[in-house]
Design a protein around this ligand. Structure first.
Ligand SMILES: Cc1cc2nc3c(=O)[nH]c(=O)nc-3n(C[C@H](O)[C@H](O)[C@H](O)COP(=O)(O)OP(=O)(O)OC[C@H]3O[C@@H](n4cnc5c(N)ncnc54)[C@H](O)[C@@H]3O)c2cc1C
Length: 379
């Protein structure tokens, strides 16, 4: 067992830390306030090869290193959770295409997604199918060499930003979860359009919205994975996301908030001394730091299990549950340590506190994670 970063991972960490500080941090408050997708950041993330981390070189990737992929998201989440969210969801969906795509699909799509600036989004959730994703109602009906998709997807991260969508639809409604198929859909396909863009509490710069599918003809060669095998594919993809999206984001967000609280508490003088000298706050710091450390090893271990091809569904649910609770708890405490200033938009804690909440909801709520873990440990 060796939890030390390799030389290469250390280099990635240094580069990502610098990128986060110089590119993401200066605009984090502004893109949150304006609810603006930071395209300029993504142009640079592609240019410097950060998006390519975790993907095979033959499709323009920088080699499959899950820890390095996690490190980049973690470093960015320390300063801008919305940017980390967009990046990590994009990478997780591209991973789905890498894991399940045919050689032709990877040649056509993967290179674009990891090296040429085209974003991808994953659309499973519908108005009546959230935690119960098996209840989707979007249909895909065979017609010649195509399937014709009809329905509405909601809460899709990257809606309107992505050029490509992985969409889950019913190909055999009678078979329920055994009748769901994943399709790769180009955003410019006739009949595909973006509906309502959501106004959110947090990660405001990460656009979330509705997809409307009105007789969208998708060629059969765009079926991702097996016909009627989409539900399994979706669950496996969500397992990936629980580590590389939620775990990495939550860890970075908590680490960033903890550091801000340390800096503030060492400087802020009340009762003639830095507030960090108050035992009441020191205990907060001890609890926050311990939780962050535990989260880190859970996340990195989960990423390593993925890398090694082990079974990791239970661990992915544990990562998601624990890391998101850490993000919420640490941002809340860090805000409290900032007192009234923490409540003001002049300080980043207010945004970080709002951003933390989503980690307990998306990629399966924490109640669902507990169900997955309990089923696994109880057998
Ligand atoms: C900002 C944002 C981005 C998102 N991005 C995407 C995306 O890119 N792609 C995508 O497909 N989806 C996305 N989602 C959807 C997200 O995954 C769902 O919102 C989430 O799975 C919960 O579904 P729901 O909102 O319908 O809540 P519901 O399923 O209606 O749950 C409501 C409450 O009931 C609880 N509950 C439900 N069932 C159970 C149970 N069996 N046991 C115990 N408690 C239960 C839940 O935990 C929750 O507290 C996103 C959501 C948000 C808010």
């Amino acid at each position: 067992m060796n939890f030390k970063l390799t030389k290469q991972q250390q280099m990635v960490k240094l580069a990502a830390e610098r990128f986060a500080r110089e590119v993401c941090a200066p605009i984090a408050a502004e893109i949150d306030r304006e609810h603006r997708h930071p395209q300029e950041t993504f142009d640079l993330l592609y240019k410097y090869g950060f998006v390519a981390l975790g993907f095979p070189e033959e499709y323009g990737g920088a080699g499959v290193d899950r820890i390095a992929q996690v490190i980049v998201v973690e470093e960015i989440a320390k300063v801008c959770m919305a940017t980390a969210s967009i990046l990590s969801i994009h990478q997780a969906t591209a991973t789905c295409i890498n894991n399940y795509g045919t050689k032709e699909q990877k040649d056509k799509y993967l290179r674009k997604l990891i090296a040429e600036g085209v974003m991808v989004a994953f659309a499973l959730t519908e108005p009546n199918a959230g935690s119960d994703a098996s209840n989707i109602q979007t249909t895909a009906v065979e017609d010649g060499d195509c399937y014709v998709l009809n329905g509405t997807k909601c809460f899709t991260s990257g809606a309107g930003i992505a050029g490509v969508y992985v969409i889950l639809a019913l190909t055999d409604p009678k078979q329920k979860i055994r009748g769901i198929t994943a399709f790769i859909v180009d955003a410019d396909t006739p009949g595909f359009r973006i509906g309502k863009i959501e106004e959110k509490m947090g990660i405001c710069a990460a656009q979330t919205g509705e997809l409307i599918l009105d007789n969208v003809r998708v060629p059969k060669e765009n079926i991702l994975g097996k016909l009627n095998g989409g539900f399994k594919l979706a669950l496996a993809s969500i397992d990936v996301s629980r580590i590389t999206v939620i775990g990495a984001q939550s860890l970075g967000l908590a680490e960033g908030a903890l550091q801000l609280a340390i800096d503030y508490a060492n400087k802020r003088i009340q009762f003639g001394a830095p507030i960090s000298e108050q035992q009441g706050l020191q205990w907060y710091f001890a609890e926050m730091a311990t939780r962050v450390e535990a989260t880190k090893w859970l996340v990195y271990n989960g990423a390593q299990m993925m890398q090694d091809g082990e079974k990791y569904s239970k661990n992915a649910a544990m990562v998601k549950l624990f890391s998101s609770e850490t993000a919420r708890m640490v941002t809340e405490r860090a805000l409290q340590i900032h007192g009234g200033y923490g409540f003001m938009k002049d300080y980043p804690l207010e945004r970080m506190y709002r951003d933390a909440k989503i980690t307990e909801i998306y990629e399966g709520t924490n109640e669902i994670q507990k169900t997955v873990i309990a089923r696994s440990v109880l057998g």
